[in-house]
Design a protein around this ligand. Sequence first.
Ligand code: GAP
Length: 443
Amino acid sequence: MEIRRLDDMQTLVSLSKRRGFVFQSSEIYGGINACWDFGPLGVEVKLNVKKAWWKAMTSRKDIEGLDAAILMHPQVWKASGHVDGFSDPLVDCKDCKARHRQDKLEDPTTCPNCGGKNLSDPRNFNLMFKTHMGPVEDSGNVVYLRPETAQGIFVNFENVATSMRKKIPFGIAQIGKSFRNEITPGNFIFRTREFEQMEMQYFVKPGTDDEAFEEWKEIRKKFYSKIGLNPENLRFTPHGPGELAHYAKAAFDIEYKYPIGWSELEGIHNRSDFDLRQHQEFSGKSLEYFDEAAKEKYLPFVIETAVGCDRLVLACMSDAYREEISTLDNGKEDKRVVMGFHPDIAPVKAAILPLSKKEPLLEYADKLFADLNDSYNVQMDVAGSIGKRYRRQDEIGTPLCITVDFDTLEDHKVTVRHRDTMAQDRVAVDQLASYVFDKLRNF
Ligand code: GAP
């Protein structure tokens, strides 16, 4: 049997639409550029990704969660450096009117769209979306849609430390929407203008930051193997001194081999005390921490781990996709499309497939569905041949298919078929819950 992996994004885009993972936003109006909606299965994958990340972070004794507002005091973005510095160099092609990021052009004198040589001088384009607070639109009430969730954490550093009686080192984790008016969004859900981030800021004593940075690199690498990403599709790249963001002392990217090639999945940054120092200065409030053990006051340094949830969903989907090609007895080619998700990430954990859609099989299957659906997202599928139904479940990555047949009515056993091996077990119905639990944990 030949295994083919995903090598173009379009295959994933089509599967996503056909099977309810991701739809283009506002599609009936012709769509809106670089905005996507997560469908019934996509939202499950996204929730599973968030759950895995949230658990990995907040199950630690030294990390607390937070959900800060998207709209923040405009001074936050002055202090953070985003108003003055969060911009990309934009060039316009005077011939075809296309816009490009100058720093991404292979040849900075040629338009990659039309090949023309008539590019404008670069001008800095701020990536923050602006809006107005209240009924009057004037410059006095401008607010921004946050371009990163991190600032909500920095401005709540004191609130969390005090209310939760945290001692340094400790971290704050947050999942939420961010917005960037990207000049060149694209590649499906890889780079969009509205996206979700999962960020964690770990506050440490200055001088211990290099060690904490190394520790977090290792912790984050392990997370990706735990949720089933193939290590061969991950690589770890330090930023050179010229590539560092305005706030970073050191940075390290976790890159994934997407169908578009190696690209950033997560950034790990040593942000030094840059953000707390800026907010202390702009707000006039001391953000110093009193370290009782050391009997000293200081501004903590911050190690940040920042990953885009949508980008991680894209990595999980790209990683999961495979086509199994075999030759049938009649010489024809057979293709089985499988989304080999880790069971924690799979949108549907089990499917109940009654061999007939008539009673009493249907009633029996309904009862099994209700029992399992209490603990897992389970689908019931009654339409078509059993072979077709297995294939439908393979294509959305369901780890287990449970067939209810006429013998079930007599022996109270069902056939459980495994997605990856296609092996089948006959399992007593009163053992089914523990069987499913065990198989999903040890897939
Ligand atoms: N607080 C630090 C920060 O925001 P970043 O490298 O700009 O750092 C972190 O963003 C992560 O957010 C990226 O690694 C990426 O996964 C995700 N991300 C950033 N811009 C994105 C976009 N336009 N669309 C989708 N995800 C994006």
